[in-house]
Design a protein around this ligand. Structure first.
Ligand code: ACM
Length: 516
């Protein structure tokens, strides 16, 4: 059936359903929202404004969507779909399931359904099938770094549409880093007035050359999302059943914020928004005023992002400035802490308390295990699987995002000649596809704490949306199947065969994927 991700059960029947201008979209109670989305998706290519009604109409072909309490076994995201020559019937326990059924229906139609202008002379046929489907994991995510290179709002929306097509439900949006602060904060306007812009950026690999030999492009880089932009994107994501997880980095990767407000740093000399990449030594200080500053920032972030999870980074925070800072050392003493790792752990715990008191959950990269994990924290395991295994075995929820299988900024091919400059590494689609998130090492109990998987896209060497697409696809397509499809139904040869049809959809959607 050329569906990606592969559904749980799919039985092909004789015959076809044909979408016509007479087709009625019928939506039972609480299905109208998804029905409206489907009508809007079918409109541009067909040119037909199919009506959404409460019931089916006699003699009219139909697409019927309804919630069904008997389907609780399929979870909130599962669905049942039956296509017969007279109509399509979709049932699910919750609206998210109806939504994923609509994604399946769109994939059962000719790829031209994704065109944005009417396509004449098409037979909009859907094969008769019965599908029962539900995802393996609850967290099926993609991450995007909008800091190293700013990514325009229209691209974020395109990406969200692509995530929906892949039945992915989480967008981890990396919004602050050394090279740029990208989210407007009303109380601290300099974060974007100053922190969103760097004078220039380096050319080539920074780790390949000493500082004095570094060449810069002499061009100002930057941009930020206003709070209105953010609200627009979050609403767009919500309509597609995607949670947006904002990342506000601390205590490392903080140079842009320190450039804007020098009192947040450890040094007496000011710093600029960073023009190179890598792990930077300028980090937030551990003064009470800085913790309160960041909690103020989080307060505005909570208003903008209604999802449960708030990412606070926590990775790659060099401790050198804290070791050399009398204020940081005094703070360590006063708190009775053993070392600087415990100081970082204290910092993160303060954020955990803050978020927990507001009904949210803190998530951070696996370095937050060092110095002791905050009690309510969820861990995103990136430096391999070890951190995730350790945290899950200790009863914490985890998201698996290990470099070896999910770092989509790595080169997709071993032979890098002719490829756009990348960060390094090598991660072919087949290895992404072969990832088994419940690796050895998780206790039986701990397996329940593996929320799911996520693909990362860091953009040091990815200056444009087109290049981002090239790195995402089709590796994110492979990861979507890792997240959705039961391990026993995964098969790389079958995936590659289905991918050919999937590429036709990506062609129509003007996605700059890398052919396999
Ligand atoms: C990371 O890649 N530093 C999380």
């Amino acid at each position: 059936m050329n569906l990606i991700p592969q559904p749980k059960q799919c039985t092909v029947r004789e015959g076809q359903f044909h979408l016509t201008p007479q087709t009625v979209i019928a939506a039972g109670p609480q299905a109208a929202g998804v029905a409206g989305y489907l009508a809007r998706k079918l409109f541009p290519a067909t040119g037909w404004n199919l009506p959404v009604r409460a019931t089916r109409a006699k003699g009219h072909p139909y697409i019927f969507l309804a919630l069904d309490s008997r389907l609780s076994g399929l979870g909130a995201e599962g669905y049942k779909m039956e296509v017969t020559p007279v109509g399509v019937t979709i049932r699910a326990h919750a609206p998210a399931g109806l939504f994923y059924a609509c994604q399946t229906l769109l994939q059962l139609l000719p790829a031209a359904i994704f065109r944005e202008a009417p396509v004449e002379g098409m037979d909009w046929a859907v094969p008769c099938v019965e599908i029962v489907d539900q995802p393996r994991f609850a967290w099926r995510g993609a991450h995007l770094d909008s800091c190293r290179h700013f990514m325009p709002k229209e691209f974020i929306k395109k990406l969200l549409d692509l995530l929906a097509l892949h039945k992915m439900n989480s967008f981890h949006w990396h919004l602050t880093d050394d090279q740029g602060w990208r989210v407007e904060i009303k109380k601290y306007p300099r974060l974007t007035e100053v922190g969103a812009w760097r004078k220039q950026t380096l050319v080539g690999h920074d780790y390949a050359q000493p500082d004095e030999e570094t060449t810069y492009d002499g061009l100002r880089h930057g941009g930020f999302y206003t709070q209105d932009d953010i609200r627009e994107i979050v609403a767009y994501a919500q309509e597609r059943f995607i949670n947006v997880v904002p990342e506000i980095e601390m205590p490392g990767h903080a140079q842009a914020a320190i450039a804007a407000y020098p009192e947040l740093g450890n040094l007496s000399e000011p710093v600029e928004v960073c023009q190179r990449f890598g792990v930077i030594t300028h980090v937030f200080n551990v003064n009470e005023s800085t913790i309160l500053f960041l909690q103020d920032v989080l307060s505005e972030v909570l208003e903008l992002f209604p999802g449960k999870f708030i990412h606070v980074g926590g990775d790659e925070c060099p401790k050198q400035e804290w070791r050399e800072s009398p204020a940081a050392q005094a703070r360590k003493q006063e708190l009775g802490l053993k070392d600087e790792h415990e100081l970082q752990s204290y910092f993160i715990r303060r954020m955990d308390d803050f978020l927990t008191a507001r009904g949210r959950r803190l998530i951070g990269w696996d370095e937050i295990l060092e110095g002791g994990l905050a009690p309510n924290a969820t861990v995103m395991s990136w430096r391999g699987e070890k951190g995730g295994i350790q945290a899950a075995n200790a009863g914490h929820d985890v998201v698996m995002a290990p470099t070896t299988y999910t770092y989509l900024d790595y080169y997709p091919t071993e032979q890098t000649e002719g490829e756009p400059l990348g960060i390094g590494g090598y991660l072919p689609p087949e290895r992404v596809y072969g990832y088994e998130p419940l690796a050895k090492g998780f206790s039986r109990e701990a397996r329940k704490h593996v929320l799911g998987i996520q693909g990362q896209l860091w953009t040091e060497y990815i200056p444009t949306p087109k290049q981002a697409e090239y790195m995402y696809f089709p590796r994110l397509t492979a990861l979507a199947e890792v997240g959705w499809t039961a391990a026993k139904h995964k098969d790389y040869a079958s995936f590659l065969a289905r991918l050919e049809a999937f590429f036709e959809r990506l062609d129509v959607l003007d996605v700059n994927y890398r052919p396999v």
